[in-house]
Design a protein around this ligand. Sequence first.
Ligand code: ADP
Ligand code: MG
Length: 499
Amino acid sequence: MSASLDTLVKEALATGRIAGLPEGHFIDGRFRPSQSGARMESFDPGRGTAFASFAAGAAADIDAAVEAGRRALTGRWRDMKPAERGRILQRAAALIGENADRLAVVESLDSGKKLAEAQGDVRGAARAFEYYAGACDKLQGDSMPLGRDHFGMTVHEPVGVTAHIIPWNYPISTAARGLAPALAAGCAVVAKPAEQTPLSALLLADLLREAGLPDGVCNVVTGTGREAGAPLVAHAGIDQITFTGSVATGIGVMQAAAPNVTQLVLELGGKSPVIVFADCQVEAALDGVMEAIYENAGQICSAGSRLVIEESLKEHFLAHLAERVNGLSLGHGLTNPGMGPVNSAAQLAKIEGMVAAAGARGARLHAGGARAEGAELGQGWFYQPTIIEPSASSDAIVQEEVFGPVLTVQSFASEEEALALANGTSYGLVAGIYTADFGRAHRLARDIDAGQIYINEYFAGGVEMPFGGNRLSGYGREKGLDGVKNYTRVKSIAARISR
Ligand code: ADP
Ligand code: MG
């Protein structure tokens, strides 16, 4: 750990606070309070106590941010050469790197996640800006063969002002994967981070200003979904919405967007299988399953929350898995434990309720299954890493997203059965496959209804790979060059050129 990181961590752990955090919304190039003056508190999940306060925005603040975005669209930003846009994004990537220690400590304290994971998220955010910086001057159109008398071409123009509704599980990552391609495309943005984790988006906006982004191009309004999110997605001045969150809220956002016919990308929940065949490399599969469900305490839309295992390997695999799970230490995120807390008291209660209800329906626990308590955990929001074998695949614990460190177990005897189990929920976000059989891996990759398939390494890939869901997991793709397409629209220009 670098000296500066060590100092920041020690200070945050000793005082429960971080000095000099932004306090206002970031609108039109500077921090400003809510028009109502209202404020809210953000909590440190590792202690269950408030550690920072922030502006509680409402419709009037959203109006100001959208107006700033609309003004910015027609100013210096529109006239800037794409290559110069790219240089600004490149500088932003460098600044994220220079400020990585502070960003990671803030992200860890605000979300509860382990410091090492927060550091990974910050590196990923810098990488997103680096990746999309290179796209700015390559968003070229086509020319169409219309014959000698006509000329046809397409141009890719920015969609306008884009809204980004950000969840609490990956605050800086989700902000970066939406903002970087939107800015690369030449859009102006208004982001609304989750009320549980408002801080890193504000810090990011300020770094973008420092990188040279003109005022008004990037705006961040903090506050609740109901008070700040709802007026943003219903705003007539918004041209596109990227929403990451729960299915129920996503459906509400679609409805709110409908009267303005605003286009959307929805990245919603998941109940993703990790399919493990007996011929796999067992150690790699154990590593993969551990990461798939206990990283970020399972609060990942693409978590591998269902182990789907070949019967002949089941007993051996579960014994080793339970041993690893029981060895996971719990603690405050800043102390880099095996697993950190969950993000909120509400989330903890939800996890507790779902597991208890499954138990009452006859599910069998292989590990965990309760809230974690102990002097060293204080009032923090901790849940034990859990493995649970349901009474049936139709059980709610298999069908519904828990969004916590809870792995369900299902087993199969044939490839066909594995496929049926993999596709046996209403979600279609991710599937992991562990097998040494190349043909089988690719047959399943072909037939599984999911936006992404990970073969022999869960979470393989990076910003280069498009990401998104099918069915209840949403639609549209972020990341990769497909991710920029959300923020551009095609204009066709056809001309008669014959005399
Ligand atoms: P959770 O229930 O786990 O908090 P949500 O999907 O409700 O997940 O939250 C994801 C994001 O959506 C957060 O930034 C939240 O503030 C925002 N949000 C919640 N309700 C609305 C809404 N009605 N309109 C727009 N955004 C909302
Ligand atoms: Mg918080």
